[in-house]
Design a protein around this ligand. Structure first.
Ligand SMILES: C[S@@+](CC[C@H](N)C(=O)[O-])C[C@H]1O[C@@H](n2cnc3c(N)ncnc32)[C@H](O)[C@@H]1O
Length: 471
């Protein structure tokens, strides 16, 4: 027989009660309620109750999705069989369906029960839009409930979303996973990036692979040793949220070809010219010299024997910054970035600031690349600082990268800001690592990198489509 259920055509049939299993993860929100069982017993006796909803595993095994009380009533009536609707929903949809059925039956959840259900739905990777559909309430109401509960907020912001990570580990593209889970592709890229970061930092901290696999399997993630090897190769292309003094020591020794940094200036930087002032740059005080000193000390062993270092600075602090750099490296030059569109500053009292300085230093004996000898004045227009108060132009940084490194070599920026160095490195197919201590800028960085990643994924998707068409 065909039965028209909620928006779907479903088969119904009589199934022996002993074939129906109550699975732990979708066993329903509540324990058995005696009153409800009694009501259903009466209904069955008068022959009026609706079929229960099950999913067929095989001819002698079915999973119960909805109808725990009806099934219990039948058992108590000592009936052997029960009318069932068979759903063809995929396994990953079953829990959400079970919740929706409860909502449709008018089950009122306590606050704790509701939190538990929302927790499970978030863990399954449901969007707030989908959760609103399941609960038959507005998206705003769902978002309010999540905001109210710290555990849910944390869970939602937990960037490692188990089912999507598992799909990508199984070989699905970001786009396919985004479609399957009804999540935006940028969110998937973000989840994946965070997963890689977690695995890589465990690995770099010396955690044995078997332990990483064990820990991840507790989260429900199916990793293998081969996969870790593959992922750790991706170890480089990552941005770390944290203090560089704590994060640099975790990097591999002797692994970086070039450092490009724009440290906090050591002057009280805040543009007076802009109408909307940015926050002061973190660490922007005399502490900045101490930070530069300590960070260069930490990074020295991480640099390859022959490597290059570029450090943005200003004439106002040059005489303090140069001796710090000379404690660790050989200063070779002071490059001038000539801003082809100069900034205004104090209109009458002083000359307008039209240049910035970049100290170029080396460790060992690394040569500059390129056919022509580069000059130490570089013309480049400045950015509008929309993403960071001291945002540097990607085009300028690309010049340093091309002069100092080849494809696949490793660039480090441990004062990443909005990620200009990382974006330039990525565009030029270098490996890159960024460290940024401010969450706000870390997120700007991630967003910019995701935009680039999406462009890359789009190319991958269209190549895959083309291959399928050509098959
Ligand atoms: C001058 S800005 C870099 C701007 C960057 N060049 C850009 O184009 O966006 C310096 C950055 O270093 C970050 N920072 C300050 N102290 C830090 C620390 N101890 N570890 C990591 N980042 C830090 C600041 O939050 C700031 O974003």
């Amino acid at each position: 027989m065909l039965y028209n259920g909620v928006g779907k055509t479903m088969k119904t049939k009589e199934i022996p009660i002993e074939y129906i299993k109550i699975q732990d993860n979708i066993k329903g929100i509540r324990a058995i309620n005696e009153e409800a069982v009694g009501r259903y017993m009466e209904k069955y006796e008068s022959g009026t109750s609706k079929p229960i909803l099950v999913k067929e595993i095989n001819r002698q095994e079915y999973i119960l999705i909805d109808g725990k009380h009806r099934l219990e009533a039948k058992k108590r009536l000592k009936n052997r069989k029960i009318d069932c609707e068979l759903t063809d929903l995929e396994d990953k949809e079953l829990y959400a369906k079970a919740v929706e059925c409860n909502v449709e039956h008018g089950v009122r959840l306590s606050e704790n029960e509701e939190i538990e259900v929302l927790k499970n739905l978030i863990t399954e990777g449901r969007t707030q839009e989908k959760m609103a559909e399941i609960f038959h309430i507005s998206q705003g109401a769902i978002s309010q409930r999540i905001k109210k509960n710290e555990r849910l907020r944390l869970l939602l912001s937990n960037k490692i979303n188990i089912p999507t990570v598992n799909e990508i580990l199984e070989g699905k593209t970001h786009q396919e996973t985004a479609n399957n889970y009804n999540i935006s592709r940028s969110r998937i890229t973000q989840i994946w990036g965070n997963f890689i970061n977690e695995i890589s930092s465990d690995f770099n901290a010396g955690t044995p692979k078997e332990e990483i696999i064990k820990n991840q399997s507790k989260n429900g993630i199916n990793l293998t040793e081969e996969k870790i090897n593959e992922l750790v190769k991706e170890d480089y292309n990552k941005i770390i949220l944290g203090d560089c003094l704590k994060e640099i020591p975790k990097l591999k020794d002797n692994s970086i070809d070039c450092v490009i940094i724009d440290p906090p200036y050591g002057i009280d930087y805040q543009s007076n010219y802009k109408k909307e002032k940015h926050e002061k740059v973190d660490g922007d005080s005399s502490k900045a010299f101490n930070l530069l000193d300590k960070s260069l000390n930490e990074v020295k062993p991480k640099l390859k024997k022959d490597s290059h270092i570029y450090i943005f600075t200003s004439w106002k602090v040059y005489e303090k910054v140069k001796p710090i750099i000379e404690k660790y490296f050989t200063v070779k030059n002071c490059l001038i970035w000539n801003k082809t569109n100069w900034s205004m500053g104090d209109l009458k009292g002083n000359y307008a600031e039209k240049y910035e300085m970049i100290i170029f230093a080396i460790q060992g004996n690394r040569k500059l690349l390129g056919e022509k000898r580069p000059v130490n004045v570089l013309d480049c227009s400045h950015t509008d600082n929309l993403k960071h108060p001291t945002q540097k132009p990607i085009e300028l940084i690309k010049v340093f990268i091309e002069n100092s490194t080849r494809e696949s070599e490793v660039i480090l920026d441990f004062f990443a800001g909005s990620g200009s160095t990382l974006l330039a490195s990525k565009e030029l197919k270098r490996k890159w690592i960024g460290i940024e201590s401010e969450k706000e800028y870390f997120e700007v960085c991630n967003k910019e990198l995701i935009n680039l990643e999406e462009a890359k994924e789009e190319t991958k998707d269209s190549q895959k489509e083309l291959e399928i068409k050509n098959e």
